[in-house]
Design a protein around this ligand. Structure first.
Ligand code: AMP
Ligand code: ZN
Length: 469
């Protein structure tokens, strides 16, 4: 049974969708003001693995990831470039989708944009106002954290500590007088994009965006909400406060937080010069396959130290994997199956599920796949690999890859290779029958057709064999 570590209970707990059928998953998505960096991508790969594994377990998955296309960074980026906010965010949204594709991250069910949901955000703010959880100061709407006794349950923060903060060090995310009260709606500032509201022109705060977009698409209670650890406070704490105060229902059953990626042992930052986007790495000649592999080498609750050495190891690991997958369909193997191979593959499959069930232990799952490849190679060297074992092995890899997403292209190529082989076998058999019936025109036609595809036939006393030119 799948178990996940839940940040709010601080425990690993058995997971099932609340309705037993459909897993409702929400992930905080990108702020589209720049290219995603590899830390962001690590977190997006985590939600990808999670959703792939939920599907592997047989549940339907409804995954929603928002696009934050209005906030301080997008607004100032658009102003600097002298283009409209939507023009500015559109280009970075496209780059984000390009990166998902490059890293073989499966598409979510929906990618709602904040600017398409302003009205619903106003409705939620109004509800909080009506229920006595929000108040207005000069066109800014704030959440009154003292009205929500559960405030702090996710992050462990004590609301009293927040009240003592020095406002001069906080930005306009908080109320100047009540430093713990965070903003729901910001009054318009000159030169910034704004929307009309019952409280005057303004724009939404960041936290309200995620409460609205998650509940709009998935209902008041989500099965799983993901993000990286930096979002636990204040973002996710505030999402809980807004959502639960409005609906009086549990907002999220499981909170999953991924640890950060660091580079060569240091926090990634532009000023340290250790800041990487996917493009940077591809330009340096690394493969997207190796980059995805490297992002999977640490358990998601551990920091991942991204290094050039690690990336090179990933390149070599992927090379081994690709060579194995490319060769397997072409190996001349005896017919039938071997007990030994069947057993090894079955064990690997059970182990794969066991480690993935244990809070998504992806490094463990990678270990299982590579260990099995080694065992299969050994069996082959000892003449103990048969053609039916090959089929079972390929099926296992396809299943494992539905979760890992590391060798999808290679497996498709292998599959079409073996499909092509099966078609050739069928034509060769048809030609033999034609010859037996002395239908030489048809037999010659088949020989010519195969020759045109680069297949050479050799008629031996034991039958016809074929090989590629
Ligand atoms: P942003 O585009 O800044 O809104 O961030 C998108 C996602 O990336 C969020 O879940 C962040 O918490 C996460 N994130 C930011 N920095 C890192 C990092 N160094 N490692 C892993 N995830 C990160
Ligand atoms: Zn969010």
């Amino acid at each position: 049974m799948l178990e996940l570590y839940n940040t709010v209970t601080r425990q690993q707990q058995p997971f099932k969708p609340a309705d037993g059928k459909t897993a409702r998953v929400y992930s905080c998505g990108p702020t589209v003001y720049d290219f995603p960096h590899i830390g962001n991508l690590r977190t997006f790969v985590l939600s990808d693995i999670l959703c792939r594994y939920l599907a592997y377990k047989g549940w339907e998955v409804r995954h929603v990831m928002n696009i934050t296309d209005v906030d301080d960074k997008t607004i100032s980026g658009a102003l600097t470039q002298g283009v409209s906010l939507s023009e500015y965010t559109q280009q970075y949204t496209e780059y984000f989708f390009d990166d998902l594709e490059t890293l073989n991250i499966q598409r979510a069910w929906e990618y709602p944009r904040a600017t398409d949901h302003i009205e619903q955000m106003q409705v939620l703010v109004q509800t909080l106002l009506d229920k006595g959880h929000a108040y207005e100061v000069e066109g800014n709407m704030y959440f009154d954290i003292s009205s929500f006794p559960d405030y702090g349950k996710l992050s462990g923060i004590q609301p009293e500590e927040l009240g003592n903060r020095d406002y001069s060090r906080l930005n306009d995310e908080y109320n100047r007088e009540e430093a713990g009260d965070f903003v729901l709606w910001k009054a318009a500032k000159p030169g910034e994009p704004s929307w009309d509201s019952p409280w005057g022109p303004g724009r939404p705060g960041w936290h309200i965006e995620c409460s609205v977009m998650s509940m709009e698409y998935l209902g008041p209670t989500l099965d799983i909400h993901t993000g990286a650890v930096d979002l636990i406070f204040p973002h996710h704490e505030n999402e809980i406060a807004q959502s639960e105060a409005a609906t009086s229902q549990q907002f999220v059953r499981f909170w999953l937080h991924g640890e950060h990626l660091i580079v060569e042992g240091e926090k990634m930052s532009k000023s340290l010069g250790n800041f990487y986007t996917l493009r940077d790495l591809l330009e340096e000649g690394y493969s997207s396959q190796a980059i995805r592999h490297q992002l999977l080498t640490a358990h998601y609750r551990q920091q991942l130290n991204f290094t050039v050495e690690g990336l090179e190891q990933s390149e070599r690991a992927m090379q081994r994997l690709n060579t194995f997958i490319e060769r397997l369909p072409k190996l001349p193997l005896p017919e039938g199956r071997s007990e030994e191979a069947a057993e090894r593959i079955e064990e690997a499959q059970a182990k794969f599920e066991q480690v993935m069930d244990d809070d998504l232990n992806v490094p463990g799952a990678l270990g299982v796949v590579f260990e099995l490849i080694k065992q299969v190679n050994t069996l082959h060297d000892g003449g103990e690999l048969h053609d039916q074992d090959r089929t079972v092995m390929l099926d296992f890899l396809v299943q494992a890859d539905s979760v890992l997403g590391l060798m999808t292209e290679q497996l498709e190529a292998a599959r079409s290779d073996s499909q092509a082989d099966a078609e050739i076998d069928a034509l060769v058999a048809e030609r033999e029958q034609a010859r037996e019936k002395r239908d030489f025109p048809r037999a010659d036609e088949i020989r010519d057709q195969l020759a045109a595809e680069g297949i050479i036939l050799e008629d031996t006393p034991a039958g016809t064999i074929w090989r590629r030119k």
